[in-house]
Structure formats: structure tokens, C-alpha cells
Ligand binder design. Sequence first.
Ligand code: SAM
Length: 209
Amino acid sequence: MNTEEYITAHSDIEPEYLAKLNRITHLRMINPRMLSGHYQGRVLAMFCHMIQPKTVLEIGTFTGYSAICMAEGMPEDGVLHTIDYDEELENFLKDVFAGSEHGHKIKLHIGDALTVIASMNETFDLVFIDADKEEYQAYFEAVLPKVRPGGYLLVDNTLWDGKVLKPVDPKDKETIAIMKFNETIAKDARIEKVLLPVRDGLTLIRKIG
Ligand SMILES: C[S@@+](CC[C@H](N)C(=O)[O-])C[C@H]1O[C@@H](n2cnc3c(N)ncnc32)[C@H](O)[C@@H]1O
């Protein structure tokens, strides 16, 4: 058993509906690794149980796995807005959310994240950033004014398969963008932050005052 298997085996089991969604994603989608998965899903659900956010924004829905995990931990009257620009996912996602006991808390937006965010008037208790890696800084700047003081952001893939630690290929724009994002965030006095070694790196941020 490796460390990852040990960690997963000693955390909550994957709820049955999510295990099914995980399998379907692996069968039907070209890039199933994008899904948060069992362990990170339990981490996201736990954060939402802890924070009890009434309004959540997710940037990057994919097959809806992380959205359902977060909705699971939210209060009954909570609303999770999730954005994805892939129109081909729309019908699939409508069925996935309709079949989940937490789906009534989820509102799907199909469109480019920055455009949708600009049109939103909500204030968020928690934002989960998990879409285009080259746009991470832009997502962060677009959502920070919409996060309530003391609210949280979670940013996925901030270790990027360990590539942020190694000499970078100048053509590898995604790695360069994540490295720059991590450096900028580390110096940003508007927020508190900890980079957690969860799966591919999950940065937890709190907006100050
Ligand atoms: C890593 S996946 C999200 C995984 C999901 N959060 C989970 O954990 O199961 C990233 C998603 O972001 C979407 N995406 C990428 N660029 C986007 C953009 N500019 N606007 C909206 N969605 C975008 C992709 O279509 C993809 O489904």
C-alpha cells in the first residue's frame, strides 16, 4: 500500500453516487484525471461542513464531481454556482445534478468563466478555482472583490504534478502560469494562505478583513 492508498483507506469511503460518477467519467470522458476524485472530494466536503458556506462559486465543473462534494457539506439553503464553458457537458451535468440528493443546491452556468463572473452580483463565502491554469491569476482577481471579508478560496493543482519544483520548459505555459500564481499569492497581503499537499496541491486562502 502506498501513502495515497493508505490516506484514502483511512478517510471516509466514497459515497455510492460519486463512485458511480467517477466510473462514468473514466468510461466516457477523454481526460478523466481532471476529476477531483475520492480523497480530494472528501476534503472538499469536509471544508464545506466546517465553513458552512451559504454561497459557493466553482470555476470549472467538468462532470460535476467536486460540485456535488461541496454541495454535500453546505447548509440546506446554500447555493453553489458552478461554471464551465464546455457546452457538450450541459445535458450530462443536468442529469448528474438532478440525480444527486444535493443537486438542488447547484446552479450550472455554461459560458466562459471570466464573462460569467463579471455578470454575477453575488457575494461568495467560498470559491473553488479549478479551470484554465493560465487564467488562475485572472480568476483570482475577478473573484476576490466578490468574496466576503473572512471568506475562503480553494485553488486546485497548485503543485501541478511537481512541475512547479523543477526547471521549467519556456514553452510550458501552464506550469509557468501556476508558478507565477503561487509566487504572487504568497506575497499578497490581502489574503492569508496555506498550500496544502492534498492530491495535486490545494491552496487554501482566506480574505482578510
Ligand atoms: C479540472 S476540470 C474541473 C474538475 C472539477 N472541478 C472536479 O474537480 O471534478 C476543468 C474544467 O474547466 C473548464 N474550463 C476550462 N477553461 C474554462 C473557461 N475559460 N471558462 C469556463 N470553464 C473552463 C473545462 O471545460 C473543464 O471541464
